[in-house]
Design a protein around this ligand. Structure first.
Ligand SMILES: Cc1cc2nc3c(=O)[nH]c(=O)nc-3n(C[C@H](O)[C@H](O)[C@H](O)COP(=O)(O)O)c2cc1C
Length: 369
């Protein structure tokens, strides 16, 4: 039997100490109020993972402003003080159950499927490029995405400020860390991705330019929160609307961007892939392994690591510091406790997301089992 004890060693993400190396990956559950406030139901849901032994819970992507950042109806936000105060319910419940909690901040960019009626309609993006793929039906979407409007420079600055203001609200709400969502096809990933960023200013073109907005947001958020909590960044290759996308510069991209993010003060990198152990670019490393090779910041790895053996093997190989579980955590909110006790794990079932990927559908599915 593989030794999984390495998963239960303590770890640090910058100034944040974790009791083990097991995190819950961020998962959008569209179960907030219509105006983006977290609920008691969400507090109970997140507290279950804490009670089940996870050291860190990264909550679902929350939008940052009252403009174009919301991408899904009933998505939570951290764009105003009412939303901040609602999150305290979740933070307190998770802390009481013994885990640390990280906020994930997002701007949907071109991937907008609907938002509160008080915010403007439509989508903005680095360039007016129609997204590939189709909207997610389990978040009430249907059909292709419209072409977004190209952002102005003023909007770009306002978005940077909004990420920073939301990071400060996260600190005020009691979160232990912030993760900037630079992955999976949303606005910041639209900047990083070559074909969705056709800008000719200093935010488009080279890898150095396409990572600049991430760099500036991290740097400004670190300064505004005075180093009181780590500001991490999530990066990926694949996107919710484009599974096969790969970084255009291969390993050179990793060599170009990770030192820049270190220099900006990034508290951790969260690298997600479909199968996080897969080798990339013929480099002899996984993408998380390349982050470890080219960055000094600690690395959270995610994607297809639901068995205790694979989770332990990435840590043992030195490819990451913390493993984040998505679907395996939904099937087993007590994944760490079960693994420690040597108990069998339940398989994930997509029935949980039918008809919607919200907590009501999950509760109905669970009641039917
Ligand atoms: C229902 C659902 C919602 C998700 N929402 C988010 C999100 O809000 N932010 C994010 O970065 N990733 C999100 N993801 C991606 C997961 O964090 C994770 O990368 C993915 O499930 C792969 O990891 P796994 O193999 O452990 O499930 C979501 C995934 C699922 C299944």
């Amino acid at each position: 039997m593989t030794d999984t004890s390495i998963l239960f060693q303590s770890a640090t993400l910058g100034s944040l100490e974790l009791k083990n190396r097991l995190a819950v990956a961020p998962m959008t559950r569209v179960s907030a109020t219509d105006d983006g406030r977290a609920t008691q139901q969400m507090a109970d849901y997140y507290a279950k993972f804490a009670a089940g032994g996870f050291g860190l819970i990264i909550v679902e992507a929350s939008y940052i402003d009252e403009q174009y950042s919301q991408g899904y109806h009933f998505q939570p936000g951290l764009a105003n003080n009412a939303q901040r105060d609602a999150w305290k319910l979740v933070v307190d419940a998770v802390h009481a159950a013994g885990a640390k909690i990280c906020m994930q901040l997002v701007h949907a960019g071109a991937l907008n499927q609907g938002r509160n009626a008080n915010y403007p309609e439509g989508a903005i993006a680095p360039s007016a490029v129609a997204p590939k793929g189709e909207m997610l039906t389990f978040y009430r979407g249907e059909g292709t995405y419209p072409t977004p409007r190209e952002m102005t420079t003023d909007e770009l600055i306002a978005i940077k400020d909004a990420f920073v203001a939301a990071s400060v609200r996260a600190l005020e709400a009691g979160f232990d860390a912030v993760e900037i969502h630079g992955a999976n096809g949303y606005l910041l990933d639209q900047f990083w991705t070559a074909h969705t960023n056709q800008r000719t200013d200093e935010y488009g073109g080279s890898a150095r330019n396409r990572i600049r907005l991430d760099e500036e947001i991290v740097k400004a958020a670190v300064a505004a929160t005075q180093g009181k909590l780590p500001i991490g960044l999530r990066l990926s290759q694949s996107k919710v609307n484009d599974f096969e996308y790969q970084w255009v510069g291969g390993e050179q991209d990793a060599a170009d961007i990770f030192p820049v993010l270190d220099e900006a003060g990034v508290g951790f990198l969260h690298i997600t892939e479909h199968v996080a152990t897969d080798e990339v670019f013929g480099s002899g490393h996984s993408l998380a392994g390349l982050a470890k090779k080219h960055a000094k910041a600690p690395v959270i790895v995610n994607g297809g690591l639901g068995t205790p053996e694979t989770a332990a093997s990435v840590i043992a190989a030195g490819d990451a510091d913390v493993v984040a579980q998505g679907k395996a955590a939904l099937a087993n909110p007590d994944w760490p406790a079960k693994v420690q006790a040597g108990e069998p794990l339940a398989d994930f079932d997509f029935g949980m997301f039918s008809p919607l990927a919200d907590l009501a559908s999950q509760a109905a599915w669970e009641a039917a089992q």
